[in-house]
Every structure is written in C-alpha cells, then in structure tokens.
Design a protein around this ligand. Sequence first.
Ligand SMILES: C[S@@+](CC[C@H](N)C(=O)[O-])C[C@H]1O[C@@H](n2cnc3c(N)ncnc32)[C@H](O)[C@@H]1O
Length: 243
Amino acid sequence: MASRNQLETYFRNNDGRLIHKWLHYFEIYERHFERFRGKKPVVLEFGVSQGGSLQMWRDYFGRGARIHGVDINPRCKSLEQRRTKIFIGDQADRTFLRSIVEEIGRPIDVVIEDGGHYPVQQINTFEEIYPHMSQEGVFLIEDLHTNYWPKKYAGGLRKSGTFIEYAKDLSDQLNAWHSREESFKVDDFTRTTTSMHFYDSIIVFERGQRVRPTHQMTGTPTVRDKDWAEKRGPVSRLVERFR
Ligand SMILES: C[S@@+](CC[C@H](N)C(=O)[O-])C[C@H]1O[C@@H](n2cnc3c(N)ncnc32)[C@H](O)[C@@H]1O
C-alpha cells in the first residue's frame, strides 16, 4: 500500500542523491514539520553526507524555503544548489556554530541534527543554535541511539555527558515554574520551550513563548462528603498552595 506520508513517499521514490534515514523517522518529521510547508521556512540540517536529505527538505518545504546544510567534509560544498547553502566545519566548534547563525542572519525555523552523533557535537550544537531559533521553531535531533553505544560513541545506559542525559535534565527545566528550590529556577529554556517529545532515537523540542502557568476551577462541586470538605479546606487556601 502506498504511504500517505509525503516524506516517506519521496524517500521511497528517490531517484536523486542518496538519503539514509531510519524508517520510523518519517512519521515524526511529518508530525512536527508539516505546519512549515509552503511558509518559506529557514531550515538547517547538520550532516549533509551525499546531499539527498537536503534535496528532500527542498521538495517538502517548498521553493521559498531557505535550506542550509553543515558538514565537516569539504567535499560536501560541491552539493550546494540554488537557495541551498552548505557550511563546512566542525559542529563541535562553538565559534563555527556562531558564524553559521550570523551568516544565516534570520531566526531558524527548523533544525534537523543528523551530524557526527558525538555528545559534545550534539550539546554544543543545541546550545549555540537553539536560542537563535524563531519563536515557534522546532529543533529535532536524531540517531540518539548512538548515545547508548559504548564502542564508537562512548555511550551507555544513563551515561553522564550524553545528549540523552542532558535532555532528561532539560525536561526538569520545562517544569521549573513549579520549583520550591532555590537552585532550580526558571530560565530562558523554560520561557521559550512549550514541549519536548521523546521518541525512539529522536528528541524534538517545540519552541513557544511561555508565561507562568495558572490554573482555575470551574463547575460545581458534586462530591460533598465530610472527608473531602476537610481535606480541601477553603478554596482560597488551595489556590494559594499551588502558587
Ligand atoms: C548520518 S550522515 C548524514 C546523513 C544525511 N543527513 C542523510 O539523511 O542522508 C552524518 C554526516 O555528518 C558529518 N559529520 C561528522 N562529524 C561532523 C562534525 N563534527 N561536524 C559536522 N559534520 C559532521 C559526516 O561527514 C556525515 O556526512
């Protein structure tokens, strides 16, 4: 049966440059990227390899999109096309990453991080690029299974320093509005991230401006037994507790 997923259809019929993707990624891409199609997004992919994924993003996001690739291999420069720019350098190098942000010169809407897969590259890239994304941008990092692989990538289960562990800490930071601890505070990440999505091998960060969450009660209480009334106390005290 033919797939209704546009990216997967493109991938399966690909007669352009080589693309290498895990098959379950397509559903995730579609879920988080669909809203940018035809809206002229600024797109940045780490890891160009044979250039096939850049062609796929061009096809998917539309002619007005500004597509950028980054790779450490200087040969990738020859894969540049009209409105598709390729930067050559090491994504672990923060100075290089800052120069990319400067050269692009506009907030980045979509990042696909599919580069060298070492935690230092992943973390440096996230820290340098994420704050420069558009208010409602999406940062997707893939192939995070490598964080569990001890040999080549020095990974392992709950291994400190991997991107997976770093992201687990960020999931706490999403909840910092509710902190009762001096050392756990709202920061820029808390204020500019609406959600994190953990998938097999992929984490997606959805951006958006957030303010301190509030809550309310509506409707009429229906359970009026004595216990509930005692536990509950005056409504004003309950609301106070959640501040
Ligand atoms: C998995 S491939 C990219 C695949 C491509 N995105 C695709 O979907 O077909 C990873 C690429 O990352 C590049 N790379 C490795 N280390 C890097 C680094 N430190 N900085 C930037 N790119 C790097 C490699 O040269 C390779 O082309």
